[in-house]
Design a protein around this ligand. Structure first.
Ligand SMILES: Cc1cc2nc3c(=O)[nH]c(=O)nc-3n(C[C@H](O)[C@H](O)[C@H](O)COP(=O)(O)OP(=O)(O)OC[C@H]3O[C@@H](n4cnc5c(N)ncnc54)[C@H](O)[C@@H]3O)c2cc1C
Length: 381
């Protein structure tokens, strides 16, 4: 996205661009076939100093702001496989930021450092079979038993679920509703935890799992912050998560647009390039206009967020518009490729099916509209 990036951010971008071009892009088809990214991705990114960009410096993080995450995301998105940035973000931003923010010194020393150094991989476990958009309805229960929490229940659609070493888990420790939820860090080798990888339509390089907890015992000290304070923690993480999705969606749409434009100049039909037909000039003009608008909304949301200003409405608009734009771009850009746009071997084909999840994860489009309505006095009393 266009802005005045600092020299340090430009440097970071250049080293990431080389790394992604040489070490990620050539491997993405193999990673998609495997259904996961390799551990070396995390250790390589840690080696480049970009795995814990926003994590605390005293535990190996960079202590930097979200603009650096934007650079990381934009460069990772160039690999053309959305599962790669999803795996990295689920680890560094979603699972570990909460431990960094709310964990005890001992939890931070172990998990935040391990995460920033790429030795440990994390996942965030909130969604359940009967509680997705409605987080406050979650049922997985943790009961205190001496110096342990005993957890029973299940989680669904958890990114990094089977490859993670720890899960930052939302559990019910109190009564019904938002006030009875806590966050607990669950080591993945805990007895009573089993994991099953799910088969998805896209984002294949990202492992997505169902987790089952059966009398799973976790040290009492693994609680984040105070008991029953978890809902606020989850909500505090959502702004960053939604901006991550917004940035990914803008990059995704740009990649599609660039591919479609190149194809439109090269591919000929009825004796002329496709972009000689006004219909394709106009359709791609619409795609580009939406991308520019999505980027402007996203930049605005990030700017407010980084400055610590209230930004729920702007971030919701950015997430809504950018992810809907990615889906629109995917559909239009796949169409101009004709049969190629439907092929697994074609980048546009893969970007097309990967775009589908963006309007669902980290709060669906319908939930974004709810938040926009609520924060802008659109709900009749
Ligand atoms: C690829 C992928 C990765 C994911 N990774 C993670 C992860 O790492 N950790 C995690 O915890 N979760 C993860 N999720 C889960 C994701 O957050 C949920 O799928 C999402 O919150 C929606 O929940 P749901 O699927 O249960 O749908 P539901 O909440 O059942 O919603 C179904 C439909 O109803 C709509 N709807 C719901 N409420 C309303 C309303 N009030 N008004 C109007 N419409 C409404 C929704 O928008 C949606 O269209 C992931 C999901 C996917 C697809």
């Amino acid at each position: 996205m266009e802005r005045d990036w600092s020299e340090e951010q430009d440097l970071l971008r250049r080293s990431l661009r080389d790394y992604v071009r040489d070490r990620v892009t050539p491997n993405v088809l193999a990673w998609e076939a495997a259904g996961e990214v390799p551990r070396s991705l995390f250790s390589d990114l840690a080696g480049l100093g970009v795995l814990g960009l926003r994590l605390a410096p005293e535990h190996g993080g960079g202590g930097l702001d979200f603009w650096y995450t934007v650079v990381l995301l934009e460069e990772l998105m160039r690999c053309g496989s959305i599962g790669v940035p999803v795996a990295v973000m689920a680890h560094a931003e979603f699972a570990t930021m909460l431990i960094d923010r709310y964990g005890s010194p001992a939890l931070r020393a172990h998990y935040v450092r391990g995460a920033a150094e790429g030795r440990l991989v994390g996942a965030l476990g909130v969604s359940e079979p009967d509680a997705g958009s409605d987080v406050a309805a979650l049922r997985t229960r943790a009961v205190r038993d001496g110096d342990a929490w005993v957890i029973n229940g299940s989680k669904l659609y958890i990114s990094n679920g089977t490859i993670a070493d720890y899960i930052t888990l939302a559990v019910r420790t109190g009564g019904p509703g938002a006030r009875g939820i806590s966050m607990i860090v669950v080591p993945a080798d805990s007895q009573g935890l089993t994991r099953r990888r799910l088969r998805k339509l896209g984002t294949h390089a990202s492992d997505t799992a169902e987790l089952f907890f059966e009398n799973c015992r976790v040290p009492a000290a693994n609680l984040l912050g105070a008991e029953n304070d978890g809902f606020g923690m989850i909500m505090s993480g959502f702004e960053g998560e939604r901006l991550v999705l917004s940035v990914m969606a803008c990059s995704h749409a740009r990649l599609l647009f660039e591919q479609a434009r190149a194809w439109g100049h090269e591919r000929r039909a009825f004796g002329q390039p496709l972009l000689a037909f006004q219909v394709w000039q106009h359709r791609l003009a619409d795609v580009l206009t939406r991308i520019e608008a999505a980027e402007a909304l996203t930049l605005r949301g990030i700017d407010l967020y980084v400055r610590g200003r209230p930004a729920q409405s702007e971030i919701s608009m950015a997430k809504l518009f950018a992810t809907e734009t990615a889906r629109f771009a995917a559909s239009e850009c796949a169409q101009i490729l004709g049969g190629q746009g439907y092929m697994e071997e074609s980048l546009v084909g893969r970007l097309h099916r990967d775009a589908l999840a963006m309007t669902i994860g980290a709060g669906s489009s319908e939930i974004m509209r709810e938040l926009i309505a609520r924060t802008n006095q659109l709900v009749a009393k």
